[in-house]
Design a binder for this molecule. Sequence first.
Ligand code: BTN
Length: 308
Amino acid sequence: MDPKQTIYNILNRADGVVSGETLSAELGVSRVSIWKHIQGLVKSGISIASSPKGYRLTRDPDSLVPWAFEAWQDRIHYFHETGSTMDEAMLMARKGCADFTVVVAQRQTCGRGRMQRTWLSADGGLYFTVVVRPDIPMMLAGLVNLAAAVDMAALLRSLYQVEACLKWPNDILVNQHKLCGVLSQMEAEGDQVAHINIGIGLNVNNAPETEAPMATSLKAALGRPVPRRAILVAFLNDFERRMATFDPRIVIDEWKSNNVTIGRWVRVITFKDMVEGTAVDVDPLGGLILQLADGTSQTVMHGDCFHC
Ligand code: BTN
């Protein structure tokens, strides 16, 4: 086991100060190496108070380091800073990582959104990608993205009583401002899904509105900061349950009952096209059905949707 993890576990169990002498005896290394490992832990975002008596873990409900996650710790890969959790997750997925491997970052230097947009990823937000390996045909992959947004919105409503609504396909809005976005990448074997990497960016204690006026954060919505770890754990538990009993009809029903797109006049922009109409329904694969001005219908499977 990584000596840093052993030290973290000892401090975590101790619930008080542990002397450098005790740690060095337990790990069989010098007190200088213990001190170096402690510096490493502090650098990776763990709050440890040092005093002449030893070291004490300052319990931090916001910490995202794997050891703080208990049941999920073996599947969490934490980066203090990375380009994008999507890229890290793709490398792991291609090497055959387990279902529900999670890559989470304190901040991203090249966070990206749908349609090749930048995703602002300053400290304080929750940025992660989950690799899932559902046994489903490729054509149902879009519903997994919808399901992720449905689960995240539901837990934000229940944990924080915010009016989290869904804008097609998988944006989460609060007071018409964007709180959360979902980006996915899929690879297939034949016509079956090999893996889907679901990337979620949730504005928690960061302030995206300073650069993107149509964005908001949980902190702004609630008027107080919120610890991120409980959100990630609740999401992973809910989403794992969802995927174990994946039912396309339930996903669509739940998406519909919390959406703010159906009934609106919308403009959907894809990489090469633009279509406008009234959003009238979502089809069984998650496509948005539009009724155009000339009375005809058109279904769009992906794109950026603007409520007009
Ligand atoms: C969107 O609404 O455009 C999707 C935004 C997705 C952002 C997340 S943050 C974690 C993961 N890593 C990325 O680079 N993007 C996704």
